[in-house]
Design a protein around this ligand. Structure first.
Ligand code: WT7
Length: 667
């Protein structure tokens, strides 16, 4: 299917005349995969010509483009203007009144979709529940009444802390229905993390579960909430859903059972008629330093982009069963598990538990049994599957799949090829979707029926999205010159601010280039205009005067047969300015020794060039990651420099990983 021969060797190193200020890009990937005629013929967008036309039209008249999409929703009152832009503050569809929950549920309940499955849920133990749009609407309306009875008013913040059960979706949508601002906190976070988020957003209520099932056991969530809210004066009440048999204490006056309150609530509830710019949710994301940032998203603009990007990127059809493996605790779960799919009346598959429970084939088993057609996951998961071995995948019939997606970090070409061959059986396009918590929705991605893909690139921006790669002085880079990824024009689902901190909002995103949004990512645009993300600019290292994106060195390492995963960081070096330290996880059948270490260094030299050769390679049983699967390079930098960790580790998923790294003998 590839149209060009494989040339995974990097032959070029681009450095611009601006030297220090540019980022050298060293990976070159020439394979190209156009969608099949069959896929294109049935797709919403069927060709590059169609995409180019749409893109040009949206660029020429953004108001008409976004306004046209907005027309498809239900408005209690139409907007006065599509966009009011007062850099860096946006008002989209100002003057309009709508409700995103109404558009995600009531609209379908008033159509033939009333009895269509909205959620097919599978518990970790294999139990299943199916909620039709009609039933989901009823539950959400009831819970909206519960919120009202509890005194929740439009604009109040509500923290949600529960595992991946349908009630999590119900709680989120009920908040949206009454105009409460939801703040979902990932159910793996500590009491300290909850306290910090609740206090920063001054939330009035916590909705939680007694516990959450995990790998055959359960984790007590309510005790963690109890510990957290000792220090949160704003919390008035806690609603507790019973999920497990965890022993918990219900505090009189403060705590209420979900089922008790639902038993009392009526099942009809008028949706609040909310301003287009009414705040919809706050979601906290870690900053490079200091306290987490509360990213604020608002109603109508978010709705417009969540719905349209989901439709085009996932090419959604009514027959599809769409499986997104993300947790609702992060933005992918918000936009592409709840809002995007439900605004389109799609059927989602929601899975409660771990990907390797009871065994490494759980996802493939789910796909086969439920005949999933679209599968969206993260590169970190893909690399874990590669490591576990192909047989877990190939023993299942995955012929129902028609489209695959990835998100979260650059996908190494090696992992992309595996995904395409072993999971997609060379017939499914892959949408590598670039976006951020801050962007609210996908910004750069192939349109699966149109865009020829290349392993490792998110390809082109979506219509209406104006991105560019620029130098430090803001001038555009040339083709293949590494630089900074920026967004040149406001877009509807952009963050409106950092909750309660306009100053930090301006400083973080708008001080680098003033009239352009700075993403924090390094990137290059190739000769086809495809965007290649080179990782966070913070992760760029300067070796002997060359600025290298560490993700490219990582990709080179992962392309070696022995390597399952790699993270590359720098430590100060007297001679070179910085030395590269690679933390490498090997595939199970390989043993880390001197010979392999040398082989890997040579492999990187061959793939990229001697300049990128790691000075040090450390074997790692696992890498320190956030809950959303991002490698915490900051911690590795500390380890590489001082062999000690002093910084904040509250977002780390598994502390054992760090202990292992610290304790290991380096032969
Ligand atoms: C950062 C945003 C959007 C949901 C996932 C994470 C990196 C994300 C890609 C991709 C290369 C990617 C970027 C971005 N990233 N998707 N397809 N290719 N890099 O959201 O936690 O806000 O992180 O994730 O560095 O800036 P997030």
């Amino acid at each position: 299917m590839a149209t060009e021969e494989t040339t995974s060797n990097a032959q070029h190193t681009e450095t611009s005349s601006s030297g220090e200020e540019s980022i050298s890009s060293v990976l070159s990937e020439k394979r190209k995969f156009p969608p099949s005629a069959e896929f294109s013929n049935n797709a919403h967008i069927s060709s590059m010509e169609e995409y180019e036309k749409l893109y040009a039209a949206a660029e020429a008249d953004p108001d008409a483009y976004w306004g046209g999409i907005a027309e498809q929703f239900h408005w209690f009152k139409k907007w006065d203007s599509v966009l009011e832009w007062n850099t860096p503050y946006a008002k989209w569809f100002n003057g309009g009144k709508t409700n995103i929950c109404y558009n995600a549920l009531d609209v379908h309940v008033n159509s033939w979709r009333k009895n269509k499955a909205a959620i097919i849920w599978e518990g970790e133990e294999g139990n299943q529940r199916v909620l039709t749009y009609g039933e989901l609407h009823r539950q959400v309306s009831k819970f909206a009444n519960v919120l009202k009875i509890a005194g929740i008013k439009p604009g109040d913040r509500v923290a949600i802390y529960m595992g991946m059960v349908p009630e999590l979706v119900i709680a989120v949508l009920a908040c949206a229905r009454v105009g409460a601002v939801h703040n979902v906190i990932f159910a793996g976070f500590s009491a300290h993390a909850i306290t910090e988020r609740v206090n920063d957003s001054r939330a009035k209520m916590v909705i939680c579960a007694d516990g959450t099932r995990r790998r055959g056991g359960s984790i007590n969530l309510k005790n963690i909430v109890d510990e957290a809210i000792v220090n949160t004066p704003s919390i008035r009440s806690v609603i507790v859903l019973k999920v497990t048999d965890e022993e918990i204490h219900m505090h009189n006056g403060m705590d209420h059972w979900w089922h008790d309150l639902m038993g009392l609530a009526a099942d009809e509830s008028e949706p609040a008629e909310l301003d287009a710019e009414h705040p919809l949710f706050v979601l906290y994301t870690s900053g490079s330093t200091g306290k987490p940032k509360g990213i604020l998203h608002t109603t109508a603009g978010y709705m417009v982009h969540a719905a349209s990007s989901f439709k085009y990127v996932f090419d959604i059809k009514d027959e599809d069963i769409y499986f997104c493996t993300a947790d609702v605790g992060w933005i992918t779960g918000h936009t592409y598990m709840i809002y995007g799919p439900m605004l389109n009346g799609a059927t989602i598959l929601m899975y409660e538990g771990a990907p390797n429970y009871p065994q490494w084939d759980r996802f493939w088993d789910i796909i086969n049994r439920h005949k999933v057609t679209i599968f969206y996951t993260a590169p970190t998961a893909i690399r874990a599957f590669i490591r576990a071995g192909n047989e877990w995948v190939t023993k299942h019939n995955l012929s129902s799949l028609r489209l695959l997606g990835t998100v979260g970090e650059p996908i190494n070409p090696e992992a992309w090829m595996w995904y395409q061959k072993v999971v997609g059986q060379e017939k499914c396009p892959i949408v590598d979707t670039w976006w951020q918590t801050e962007t609210g929705g996908i910004m750069v991605s192939p349109l699966p029926g149109a865009t020829p893909t290349k392993p490792g690139t998110a390809t082109r921006p979506l219509p209406g999205i104006m991105v560019d790669v620029v130098r430090k002085d803001g001038t555009p880079c040339e083709a293949n010159e590494g630089g900074y990824l920026v967004i040149k024009k406001p877009w509807p689902s952009m963050l409106r601010t950092i909750y309660g901190d306009n100053e930090r909002y301006e400083k973080t995103y708008w001080s680098e280039f003033h009239d352009m949004y700075f993403t924090g990512d390094g990137a290059r645009k190739d000769e086809d205009g495809y965007i290649w993300i080179m990782g966070r600019v913070d992760d760029v290292v300067n070796v002997s005067g060359h600025r290298l994106g560490t993700s490219e060195v990582e990709s080179a390492l992962v392309s070696h047969e022995a390597v399952a995963e790699a993270a590359v960081v720098s430590r100060p070096d007297e001679l070179k300015g910085n030395a590269l330290v690679a933390f490498v996880t090997l595939k199970d059948e390989y043993v880390g020794d001197m010979t392999l270490r040398e082989a890997l260094r040579n492999h990187v030299a061959k793939e990229i060039g001697p300049i990128a050769k790691p000075d040090e390679i450390r074997w790692a049983k696992g890498l320190p990651k956030t809950r959303s699967g991002k490698i915490m390079r900051r911690l590795l930098r500390e380890l590489a420099t001082s062999n000690e960790i002093k910084g904040d580790v509250t977002t780390l998923e598994d502390f054992g990983v760090l202990e292992n790294l610290r304790d290991q003998e380096n032969d």
